[in-house]
Design a protein around this ligand. Structure first.
Ligand code: SAM
Length: 213
């Protein structure tokens, strides 16, 4: 089956190790999250267009970002950039509850339909500017930003719980570093996981905004 092959060749053999993450990728039907004209490519090793000039990310990148959140099953997670809803569905299998924000209403509505169709119940979807986080549900044990920011928005670090993890692509428009930020006892530690290329994070604390908070 294509999904098993994707997990074996694109994830396991590229050092994605967390068994819960690998299991989630085996269970979530990625072909349900792509446009009809791309179903034949759903399990291939690259991003795909989803409308509004946006993409569903490469499976490997979704796995690396998910693994870096180190989810154990009880966490409250914020995802910025719902996109197709595929990463949301993966996170929902690995955490207690997922709040997800998307700036494009059409993408959010489609993602909500897919998640409902698959019976994913522990997700709350919003339409809006996720660069500002979602203070109403903070603090979060984990925050995942699926679009590239010019710098780490401090407002997102502020919305992390103690021992919380933030994973976000940071850099310029063409290439970024995937950064993991840990907040522990008031201190913040940052490390680079690898290099990546994402669509831009827009909004108040993304591109076109103030770039800091
Ligand atoms: N993880 C998604 C998936 O599995 O389909 C891929 C997300 S796509 C690479 C990034 C998404 O971030 C796009 O849908 C884009 O519209 C959204 N986005 C960009 N800036 C945003 C913002 N300020 N607030 C909310 N969503 C934003």
């Amino acid at each position: 089956m294509q999904r098993d092959m994707m997990v074996e060749w694109q994830l396991r053999r590229r050092e994605v190790r967390d068994p819960r993450v690998l299991e989630a990728f085996l269970e979530v039907p990625r072909h349900e999250f792509v446009l009809p004209e791309h179903i034949a490519e759903a399990y291939e090793d690259h991003p795909l267009p989803i409308g509004e000039g946006q993409t569903i990310s490469q499976p490997y990148m979704v796995a690396v970002m998910t693994e870096a959140l180190q989810l154990t099953g009880r966490e409250t997670v914020l995802e910025v950039g719902t996109g197709s809803g595929y990463q949301t569905a993966i996170l929902a299998r690995l955490a207690g509850h997922v709040y997800t924000i998307e700036r494009h209403g059409s993408l959010s509505v489609r993602a909500q339909e897919r998640l409902k169709h698959l019976g994913v119940a522990n997700v709350t979807c919003f339409i809006g500017d996720g660069s500002q986080g979602y203070p109403e549900a903070a603090p979060f044990d984990a925050i995942l930003v699926t679009a590239a920011a010019p710098s780490v928005p401090h407002i997102l670090v502020h919305q992390l719980a103690d021992n919380g993890r933030l994973v976000i692509p940071v850099g310029d428009m063409d290439s970024q570093e995937l950064v993991q930020v840990w907040k522990h006892a008031g201190a913040v530690v940052q490390r680079t996981i690898n290099y990546c290329r994402f669509v831009p994070l827009t909004g108040k604390y993304g591109w076109g905004g103030t770039h800091s908070a």
